[in-house]
Design a binder for this molecule. Sequence first.
Ligand code: PLP
Length: 298
Amino acid sequence: MNADFSQGCAFQRGEYVPIAQASIPMTDWGFLRSDATYDVVTVWDGAFFRLDVHLDRFFASCARFRLDPGRSRAEVATILAECVRRSGLRRSYVEMIVTRGQPPWGSRDPRQAVNQFYAFAVPFVWIANEEQRRRGLHVAISDVQRIPPASVDPTAKNYHWNDLTMGLLGALDAGADTVLLRDARDNVVEGPGFNVFALSGRRLVTPREGVLQGVTRRTVIEIARAAGYEVQERDLPIAELLLADEAFITSSGGGVMPVTRVNGQAIAAGLPGRITGELAATYWELHKLPQYSTPVAY
Ligand code: PLP
């Protein structure tokens, strides 16, 4: 019987398997210690979006954490495309991972571990569901602080998500859709899988420190600057976000998504912002441009 890849395809230990069969060894430090790095690129209508930028970030994250994918950029790109091709998915969430692996039994020296490369393609994942995207997200700002950059470098994509997960659980308990974490000085930083922007007049502000430099964030900054908006990458105090004309989050998992309530309080009129909508539309338009897309040969 032919393997069924329709729900997704993974690459592990040199072979492609249906996503439901994908596994990592229990003793891999990627699992035991969250000792891993990863990146997520999307495929939209049969083409990768900004694959080069994601590969740049992935290899930079590997270098930062002293993890070796053991594969060239071209080899990684080929494996990702093969995962998508086998799955047949036209819209896909594609993840590449390097784990520390395991050192010889009994050794606690990470340098002796053999790093492992994994990848998978699954159906496209949205950070916000359809209704949330239409009415705008209701976000709670958690009391949980994001891990400080001096502890874990947030610009290297990592699985140190306990702060994000505990914050999210608290936000969901309180009836919000998702969460934004703060830093020690009461600035908002980022949420589980997304960056944040506040718009006041023609000025956009997005946090500079303590965040992953999202590819969607970068794309929005480029779009906004080209459209004549001022973009400031700097601290974003909670109070400033609450007073914004418009607010939105950005993620590969859905692009530009409006935020209409923060801590139960409406942002401006409490409706998705007009400029947020324009930025989102341009974001999706860019997906059609050859310079941003890498078609998959299905
Ligand atoms: N911040 C965190 C912690 C993330 O995990 C992600 C992505 O998943 C983002 C921000 C958004 O980054 P991107 O726009 O590259 O998806």
